[in-house]
Design a protein around this ligand. Structure first.
Ligand code: ADP
Ligand code: MG
Length: 695
């Protein structure tokens, strides 16, 4: 087989495509395009619709139309109700139209003077001129004007390659070779799903005849992407469910009553529902893989403790794993209070045990003397051997995605696993990151919880007022957090980001009558825990910190929080932070200091002022900043998706998930008809997601 005449025409080197040649092939190489296949899969990022571009004097009212022109004026300003209005004036060959947007301040930056664009929308007459309200905007490039009318796909380029050249190359490849693309979806299935043939879809993306054809083709590509990933999740789930060697634990009425009696309150409806889910899992014979999602303070611990006590009552061990030592300690104390009069043998296993303590604890775990173990990651290290592990609860592990989340394997045990997230996750993200887990959602809060009063503070005078308020509250016995975006540093300008170290010095001077502490992530673990403990015990009145307090400690008397440079934080993160001051019976106050002039920052922080619903906030955050910020770290938020977007393609995601789980559930995926599809899924995700290669 030589490179110019391979078995599969798609493997042909790209230089042999009509209109390419060695020089352009070299440029394409910079885009990682080496074969005909690569070129075909270099899909357009969008398409320019020039089929019906009108001059302003050809426009009619209330029908969707497109105009082409150059931005000659643009401004953004505040209008009534705290909204921003952005307006752009377009010169369409000597005649002018206007586009206006409300609450999309970022449009201003994208519509620079001199930019050439298309507006599509339904215009109306306003003050003697055509005006488009919230038109769809397409940005024109240098190359876009030369060509005539029609649909023009647009591609990612590299230096030296022009748009029309790229277009010609992809179109030639599509005309000559797109039909050779094999389609893993069986014909009958494709027809039921009303999906175009894959090869035809790729061709339509490069050579669309109508916008509808382009959209259908794009839908097919996005669907495949999401569908294959959901199939992988469904296969992983099935593999788990099929292993029916998990301990069977029946919760009797007596066990249930005995557990409930330990708590000084009635469970909320959300807790009861989640407990019902868990109880059903525990007696099913297949290992539980369940995600418990709820807002901060909803009372997830109750569900965790319930599951663990069922295990203990049935003669198994249970383990609770927290992300930090401090949280593990706090859980241990909570559980200590609950189990005060009980004989359940509990133990704490963290990294700071002495060698002798650790040895004894490990021995007790191995012999089965320890029934309920609370700890950090230390509990899943290799030398920890459980006698009879039945239930494992992982708290606050929202930062670990579907790929990273390792299975808790404890020798030959196949324990039931309950994962709890600290922060609400937008649905679409949840279906992908945690799409292999069963979901229990608690949307209510325990009764009597007070909503934290939250205000965005801008300007010297309001800032001073906020400080005065905090001082007064401190004098009456409350405690305060001051949260900084950085550990260290001060910039020359006054409004730059400031580090916790600098703020700490200033606060110490400004509040001579109060005791101030400092914690941040670069401190030694022990030292940090020491400071946190002093704050919890009331020895410190003010705690200057970074986000280390985010997942955190319960200090009911701490009701005040000032967040500096608040616009630098993710919304979900701020919501988490403010959850720290809604724990007691006193009213909580959160001041979001922000000097940022960007209207976008104001808009984001306004979402926090106006709602206490963590799920809503997570959705807003997700839309504005993408998955990485919602999950708290960028690299963990990355999805193994090729083209689909979780914010944009939610509807397709829903369909893809439904179809994938149905196909695996019915067993159809295992029939010869779907063999090609299954092979494709295993090739793409098998290793990544630890899928069984057969069955
Ligand atoms: P989170 O879901 O954030 O982990 P926790 O489990 O820490 O929440 O619970 C938050 C607080 O609410 C705790 O102080 C807990 O004792 C209390 N709580 C939990 N459930 C209830 C309930 N059903 N009624 C009253 N208080 C409750
Ligand atoms: Mg918790």
């Amino acid at each position: 087989m030589t490179s110019s005449t391979p078995d599969d025409p798609l493997d042909t080197l790209v230089q042999f495509v009509r209109g390419v040649g060695p020089r352009k092939a070299e440029l394409l190489g910079k885009l990682d395009i080496h074969s005909v296949r690569d070129l075909l899969w270099h899909l357009p990022r969008d398409v320019l619709d020039l089929t019906d571009v009108r001059k302003p004097d050809e426009l009619v009212e209330k029908r969707e139309q497109t105009v082409r022109g150059e931005v000659v004026d643009v401004d953004a300003r505040q209008v009534s109700g705290g909204r921003t209005m952005t307006a752009a004036l377009l010169d369409c060959g000597g005649d002018y139209v206007r586009g206006v947007w409300f609450n999309q301040p970022w449009m201003r930056k994208r519509l620079m003077m001199g930019t050439r664009v298309l507006f599509t929308g339904k215009p109306k007459r306003h003050q003697g001129r055509w005006e488009f309200g919230h038109p769809q905007v397409q940005w024109l490039e240098d190359d876009d004007s030369g060509e005539g009318v029609g649909l023009l796909p647009r591609y990612g380029l590299t230096e030296g390659l022009r748009m029309h050249e790229m277009r010609r190359m992809t179109q030639n490849a599509a005309e000559d070779c797109a039909e050779n693309i094999t389609d893993a979806l069986p014909e009958s299935y494709r027809e039921t799903m009303k999906l175009p043939v894959l090869g035809a879809a790729v061709k339509s993306l490069h050579l669309p005849a109508t916008m509808a054809e382009y959209d259908a083709a794009r839908h097919r590509i996005l669907f495949d992407d999401l569908f294959e990933f959901q199939l992988a999740l469904a296969l992983r789930r099935r593999a788990w469910k099929r292993e029916d060697d998990a301990p069977v634990m029946a919760t009797t009425a007596k066990i249930d009553a005995r557990i409930r009696r330990l708590f000084p309150f009635r469970f909320t409806e959300g807790q009861d529902t989640a407990i019902r889910d868990v109880v059903a899992d525990l007696q099913s014979g297949a290992a539980m893989h369940r995600l418990l999602q709820a807002d901060v303070g909803a009372g997830k611990t109750v569900v965790a403790v319930y599951a663990m006590l069922v295990a203990v009552a049935c003669g198994y061990q249970a383990v609770l794993m927290a992300p930090t030592e401090l949280l593990a300690l706090q859980h241990a104390e909570t559980i200590e209070t609950i189990l005060e009069d009980s004989r359940v043998a509990r133990m704490l296993l963290t990294g700071s045990l002495t060698t002798a303590q650790r040895r004894d604890t490990l021995a007790a775990i191995e012999s089965g003397d320890a029934e309920l173990i609370i700890g950090t990651q230390a509990v899943i290290q290799k030398d920890v051997k459980f006698a009879k592990l039945g239930v494992a609860v992982i708290d606050e592990q929202h930062k670990f995605g579907v790929v990273q989340r390792a299975r808790i394997s404890a020798g030959d045990d196949n324990p039931h696993v309950l994962v709890m997230t600290a922060t609400p996750i937008p649905r679409s993200l949840c279906l992908t990151q945690f799409g292999d887990l069963d979901l229990s959602l608690m949307t209510d809060l325990p009764p009597g919880r007070q909503r934290v009063v939250t205000s965005r503070i801008t300007g010297d005078a309001p800032r001073q007022k906020a400080w005065d308020f905090v001082k007064k509250q401190l004098a009456s016995g409350r405690q305060a957090y001051i949260v900084c975006p950085l550990v260290k540093g001060e910039t020359a300008s006054n409004d730059g980001p400031r580090g916790a170290d600098v703020i700490y010095e200033r606060v110490v001077k400004a509040l001579p009558n109060f005791d101030v502490g400092l914690v941040h992530g670069q401190m030694d673990r022990k030292e940090r825990a020491g400071v946190m403990e002093r704050f919890r015990d009331g020895d410190l009145h003010v705690l200057v910190s970074t986000t280390v307090i985010e997942v955190g400690v319960d200090v009911p008397n701490a009701t005040l929080m000032i967040v500096l440079d608040a616009e630098r934080f993710g919304l979900s993160q701020l919501h988490q932070l403010r959850g720290r001051i809604s724990r007691g019976s006193y009213q909580g106050y959160c001041f979001l200091f922000s000097e940022s002039a960007a209207p976008e920052a104001a808009q984001r922080l306004h979402a926090l002022e106006s709602t206490a619903d963590g799920f809503r906030i997570a959705e807003v955050d997700f839309e504005l900043r993408g998955p990485g910020d919602v999950l708290g770290t960028r690299q963990h938020g990355e999805m193994p998706l090729r083209v689909a977007s979780l914010t944009r393609d939610v509807k397709i995601l829903d369909a893809a998930r439904r179809e994938a789980f149905a196909l695996v559930g019915s067993g159809d995926l295992d029939t010869p008809e779907f063999a090609a599809l299954k092979r494709q899924v295993l090739t793409r995700f098998g290793r990544l997601m630890d899928l069984p290669q057969s069955g």
